[in-house]
Structures are given as structure tokens and as C-alpha cells.
Ligand binder design. Structure first.
Ligand code: ZN
Length: 100
């Protein structure tokens, strides 16, 4: 199973792909992803069996494109998102923002 970058179309194994996730936004249910190849930054939503790509719109996130990842699972935590696929798992933390 290889997951493509939607910008440069490089394809990554799950380990490389999910290790490039950072900063779980619990409010919008998004993780940031930075392509290890082209450096493109995307926001995506991890869903059961798929990844959702789209755009923030009026305080929500509308999914427009979906990439099927059979067996993908997710669990939301207080300040993190746990992603698992087959026998691997990855944890994406929420970056804490200091009040100005
Ligand atoms: Zn890329």
C-alpha cells in the first residue's frame, strides 16, 4: 500500500507517510502533513479506511478528495490522534499554542 502526495505524486509507504504528519487539530479534526519529497504542506483528515483532503471553509473542513487506505483506523485523544494500520501505529500530537 503506497499513499500518494497530491502535489508531486510521489508515493510513500505508510511509515514514511504517517511519520510526516504533525500537529493534530482536534477542533477541525485535521493533521498537517508535509511531503518528504516536495515539501508541500497539506491538511488532511484521517478517516476509517481512507484519508480525506479538502479545504477549511467557514470554520469547518470540507473533504473534497479521498484516498482509500484499506484497514486504516484512528482514535482521537485529548491532545493527540492515534493512527493505526495493520500492525503499525503512529501518534500525532497537538502542538500547544502559547497564549500571546
Ligand atoms: Zn510531494
Amino acid at each position: 500500500m503506497l499513499i500518494p502526495c497530491l502535489a508531486c505524486e510521489s508515493r510513500f509507504g505508510p511509515d514514511e507517510y504517517f511519520n510526516a504528519c504533525s500537529d493534530y487539530n482536534r477542533g477541525l479534526d485535521l493533521v498537517s502533513w508535509t511531503c518528504p519529497h516536495c515539501g508541500n504542506r497539506d491538511d488532511l483528515r484521517v478517516l476509517p479506511g481512507e484519508l480525506g483532503f479538502g479545504y477549511p471553509c467557514r470554520g469547518r473542513f470540507d473533504v473534497h478528495d479521498r484516498v482509500r487506505v484499506p484497514g486504516l483506523r484512528r482514535q482521537r485523544g485529548e491532545l493527540r490522534l492515534d493512527i493505526s494500520l495493520e500492525r503499525s501505529s503512529w501518534r500525532v500530537h497537538t502542538r500547544l499554542r502559547q497564549p500571546a
